[in-house]
Design a protein around this ligand. Structure first.
Ligand code: ATP
Length: 232
């Protein structure tokens, strides 16, 4: 029996503009991702990969179709309920890091948990565990500006993975990292998924896609092919 998907997208479209100038960024995508499963999304520039990820995480609203996270349909939710669901269930690793410069590494990582109502001590402990997971425990008390680009990237990853979130969405998460550190980040992501989360990883790099259980190929806003991961 297939387990219930953590992420479910049904005939999802996203159109920008209207009439002759309309851009169909996504044109009827179906995608299910279950607990324990990492799906890599590959495709040419402009094919709709980032759009797919934003819609999957409730950061953008589909023009038509349905997105469900842990069985809850995003379409009917008000902004407040949607924000609460995002904070509790979804971890994002995007190219824009959005670290808060006036907070230390540990405070940046614990913030989503505190916003979701977890106590300060518990949040702080979880943040230290997440930082250790990306090899940055020693930088817990440092501010983002005093760290390298690669270290900041790892803090952003720790923040995305902290706590019990079940859906992890990553857009080229190893962009600023050397290949060894990048591999470490993918390993942390993989471990969280093996422990019961579901993940979607947008990547141009087939070596990274090899960490996935399944690869879907997107072209012109459509899923054109799907394959089991090949070994790098
Ligand atoms: N706000 C917007 N207004 C108009 N068109 C948009 C908007 N956002 C995205 N698009 C268009 O939608 C299409 C898909 O964009 P998207 O960013 O999802 O592609 P991508 O596959 O992630 O590209 P890349 O690999 O370069 O990051 C592109 O044609 C893009 O120009």
């Amino acid at each position: 029996m297939t387990p219930d998907p953590i992420l479910s997208m049904r005939q999802v479209t996203r159109t920008h503009g209207s009439g002759e100038t309309a851009v169909h960024a996504l044109a009827g995508v179906d995608l299910d991702v279950s607990a324990g499963e990492l799906v890599a999304v590959m495709g040419p520039s402009g094919s709709g990969k980032s759009t797919l990820l934003h819609l999957a995480g409730g950061l953008d609203t589909p023009t038509s179709g349905e997105v469900m996270i842990e069985g809850r349909q995003l379409g009917g939710m008000n902004q407040r309920a949607l924000a609460a669901l995002r904070r509790g269930s979804v971890g994002y690793v995007f190219q824009e890091l959005n670290l808060i410069p006036t907070l230390t590494a540990a405070e940046n990582v614990s913030l989503p948990l505190e916003l979701a109502g977890t106590g300060q001590t518990e949040s702080r402990e979880a943040a230290l565990v997440a930082l250790a997971g990306v090899g940055l425990e020693a930088a817990a008390g440092r501010f983002p500006d005093s760290l390298s680009g690669g270290q900041r990237q790892r803090i952003a990853i720790a923040r995305a993975l902290v706590g019990p979130r079940r859906l992890l969405l990553a857009d080229e998460p190893t962009g600023a990292l050397d290949s060894r550190t990048g591999e470490g980040v993918l390993r942390v992501l993989r471990e969280r998924i093996d422990a019961g989360a579901a993940g979607v990883l947008v990547t141009h790099d087939s070596r990274h896609a090899a960490w996935a259980d399944r690869i879907v190929f997107v072209r012109d806003g459509r899923v054109v092919d799907s394959a089991g991961a090949v070994t790098a």
